[in-house]
Write a protein that binds this ligand. Structure first.
Ligand SMILES: C[S@@+](CC[C@H](N)C(=O)[O-])C[C@H]1O[C@@H](n2cnc3c(N)ncnc32)[C@H](O)[C@@H]1O
Length: 422
């Protein structure tokens, strides 16, 4: 017997009843097709209380005459009924506790006892409890649901963290944490480079003689200093001090030694092409800004953080993306050059492809700046976007940069934010 009922037809009347697997079921006649079908009592959306009461009255059936359904079964059904809740509703419920690690302890045994004793004998399957009793019981049930979902969430986050670290080329791990709500970690493809979008060709071949150290004997090692020819070729200043910290002013371009240069990986002009030595935490923010990034190491001013990677798309494609819903907030213009048409040629879209930097939030008082950088690319329209700290940053501090656009609902709550809005 199929207890599932998927039909547009309405129920005309109930013509029989039975119990199967400890569930009360009703034989109903359908209005249009005149078919008969068995429906469980739990299908309350289609099986109205009036229909059931009408059936009981017509057949002179009293509650005491009905075949019994075990109390345990009804307690289980009540638990199922009370525990139906979406992720968003449960997150809202969990807000009354400090964070998800501060949930009241699970007490399933006491709850089961509670359910077993408060579940009334049903005639029509209704739960006959007053509002306060019901609210108290639901509160206890939801705490149990929180525990169950929390365990599932921690397992899922751990799996995501694992796969993310398999993809990331950082030397230090990236951790994931959500102690705030039951939101799932977003789906995207982790990349450590640009991905070419439609109509975009990422050219990274260089002339053989473009680089430094060509006057070094073939058996010697070339070491770059302030006078490195790379700086002369590209007419730029050295970007870093001896500790690899940024010394350029904002807006000045970075040129690093490239794959044709004779210097090795330890060269002081190779910073953003090295693997990151900073452990990061991608965490769920309590202020409603989604996920953000924290450093798990104190960082001096000028420290390299990472490059903004994703799909490189044409400016025109970026313009065609929806303006609402925050979709465009994952776009980053590659805008060292602005054409006669008033805009740059390419934009990085980190929505579907990206690295940890796609989670860096906006702040009106940021601790990061972005520099335009070139390593193995010669196209002035296609350069890296490299994040550096603009001040010293403490262990556990959130990393932020200024999105440079009117953020209508900025939640950074800095003094500068309040100033900007007033
Ligand atoms: C590039 S994403 C940053 C990562 C994002 N928090 C996430 O969970 O994927 C930009 C989005 O983050 C949120 N966001 C970032 N900074 C914010 C801020 N200061 N105030 C409010 N929302 C912010 C907005 O939803 C925005 O659309």
């Amino acid at each position: 017997m199929n207890l599932e009922f998927h039909c547009d037809d309405e129920i005309e009347k109930i013509i029989g009843h039975d119990i199967r697997n400890d569930t009360r079921i009703f034989l109903v006649q359908l209005k249009k097709s005149k078919r008969t079908v068995w429906i469980p009592l739990t299908h309350r959306r289609i099986l109205s209380e009036n229909l059931i009461l009408d059936y009981y009255t017509r057949h002179n059936i009293k509650a005491a005459d009905l075949p019994p359904i075990s109390r345990q079964k009804r307690a289980d059904d009540l638990f199922k009924f009370l525990s139906q809740v979406s992720n968003d509703e449960l997150s809202l419920f969990a807000r009354r506790f400090d964070n998800l690690n501060a949930l009241p302890p699970s007490n399933m045994k006491a709850l089961k006892h509670n359910l077993f004793h408060c579940v009334p004998l049903p005639v029509t399957g209704d739960i006959q409890m007053n509002k306060t009793e019901m609210a108290n019981l639901r509160h206890k049930v939801l705490i149990e649901v929180c525990h169950e979902r929390r365990n599932k969430q921690l397992t899922e986050l751990q799996a995501k963290e694992w796969s993310l670290n398999l993809m990331s080329d950082n030397d230090e791990p990236i951790f994931l944490e959500n102690n705030v709500d039951f939101a799932q970690f977003p789906e995207f493809k982790y990349v450590n480079h640009f991905v070419a979008g439609e109509g975009v060709h990422i050219q990274n071949t260089l002339p053989d003689d473009l680089g430094c150290g060509f006057d070094t004997p073939s058996n010697g090692t070339h070491t770059c200093d302030k006078k490195c020819i790379c700086m002369v070729i590209f007419d730029v200043k050295p970007a870093y001090n001896k500790n690899g910290q940024m010394i350029l002013n904002h807006g000045e371009r970075i040129h690093e030694c490239n794959k044709k240069c004779r210097c090795d990986d330890s060269c002081r002009f190779r910073v953003i092409q090295k693997k990151s030595q900073i452990p990061f935490l991608i965490f769920r923010c309590a202020n409603g800004t989604g996920w953000g990034v924290k450093t798990l190491k104190p960082l001096p001013k000028g420290t390299y953080i990472g490059r903004y990677f994703g799909k490189v798309i044409l400016w025109e494609e970026a313009e065609s993306l929806p303006t609402s819903g925050g979709r465009r907030d994952y776009l980053f213009d590659i805008d060292y050059l602005i054409g006669d048409n008033g805009h740059c040629k390419y934009t990085v879209d980190a929505f579907d492809y990206g690295n940890f930097t796609r989670f860096i939030n906006h702040s009106c008082s940021p601790n990061l700046v972005v520099h335009h950088a070139w390593i193995n690319m010669l196209d002035d329209n296609l350069h890296d976007l490299a994040f550096f700290t603009s001040k010293s940053v403490d262990y556990g501090e959130e990393l932020t940069f200024d999105y440079h656009k009117a953020f209508t609902n900025c939640k950074c709550s800095s003094y500068e934010c309040i100033q900007r809005r007033s």
